[in-house]
Design a protein around this ligand. Structure first.
Ligand code: NAP
Length: 294
């Protein structure tokens, strides 16, 4: 179990997520200062023992450990660039969602002003904050993460991904594409089955087994990608492409949207045209690395 400390923390941004973060720090016994542009959102936290800072400059004093959770990086720059803010000596942990480029740029910008900076991504919903189910990713200097990990552990399961401050945002993006792709695939199947009177709840456990089975393929497929060898051990890409054509036909015949399987088949067809039809499915990584086959 991670040791909990009672270091002081400051949370800037008290939207749905920021309030959950501040509340978790308070519940873990950390003296907590909060700041929000609309200060009424701090009321329940102040009632729970938080100190409300009147301005960002007051919230960000030297030696402050500050967690930022704002709408976007533009808001982060507005708050950190506000009148009188002095970043020298502060530690900033930015859990605002954004791109890897924004994370790297903000890390450089903050370090030039004398702050230490970790970027982060919250892969969780507010009600899970403060429980092990909340995954919070961090990237940036590992020594900085190690220093503050006992405090950050109040928020959930915290992980350091590497020194590159852009990594947390990239993992966040990778997680999002996984989430929406799995959900859309499930919705496509659900739409097909509903044409035969099968309801979503009946199909869901079957879909879950398929998704879990596919997930088990990932380590072996990752080895193929990392070694750049795509031997067809289970099926050749052209076999998959024939099944994709069948999925498109079935969808169109039943009046179900076929855009998703058409997208899958277009990628497979490009790889086959490039001579990869006899190789295994992960050879499609080349289509993702060279969009449109360019
Ligand atoms: P939210 O409820 O909309 O809150 C946005 C916060 O940003 C508010 O505190 C708002 O202040 C502040 N803000 C926006 N523009 C500002 C500006 N120019 N200057 C000062 N403050 C500004 O959003 P949220 O759900 O808390 O999300 C915050 C971050 O967490 C986002 O990057 C989001 O992607 C990420 N996240 C959220 C969830 C989730 O489930 N909610 C999950 C994962 C990640 P006011 O109160 O004054 O408007």
């Amino acid at each position: 179990m991670t040791d909990r400390t009672t270091s002081s923390v400051t949370v800037l941004g008290l939207g749905l997520m920021g309030r959950a973060l501040a509340d978790a720090f308070l519940k873990a016994g950390h003296p907590t200062t909060v700041w929000n542009r609309t200060d009424s959102k701090a009321a329940s936290l102040v009632a729970g023992g938080a100190r409300l800072a009147p301005t960002p400059a007051d919230a960000l004093r030297p030696d402050t450990l500050a967690i930022l959770c704002l709408t976007d990086y533009r808001a982060v720059h507005e708050v950190l660039g506000a009148d009188g803010v002095e970043l020298r000596g502060t530690t900033l942990i930015n859990l605002t969602s954004g791109s890897s480029a924004q994370a790297r740029e903000t890390a450089r910008w903050a370090e030039e002003r004398g702050a230490r900076y970790l970027d982060g991504a919250v892969m969780a919903v507010p009600p899970s904050i403060g429980t092990p189910e909340a995954t919070i990713l961090h990237s940036g200097p590992v020594d900085l993460f190690a220093t503050h990990e006992p405090t950050l552990a109040a928020l959930g399961t915290v992980t350091h991904l590497g020194d590159d401050p852009g990594l947390a945002s990239l993992y966040d993006a990778a997680g999002l594409t996984m989430m929406w792709s799995v959900l859309n695939a499930w919705l496509q199947g659900t739409a097909l089955l509903r044409t035969a009177g099968v309801d979503a709840a009946t199909y869901a456990p079957f879909a879950r087994r398929i998704a879990m089975g596919v997930a088990d393929w990932l380590p072996g497929y990752a080895e193929q990608i990392d070694s750049n060898t795509f031997t067809a051990e289970v099926a050749a890409l052209e076999t998959d492409a024939r099944a994709m054509a069948h999925l498109i036909e079935e969808s169109e015949a039943l009046g179900v949207d076929a855009e998703l399987p058409k997208l899958l088949k277009a990628m497979a067809d490009r790889a086959i045209a490039a001579g990869h039809g006899g190789e295994q499915y992960p050879v499609l990584i080349e289509e993702f690395t060279r969009p449109g086959g360019n």
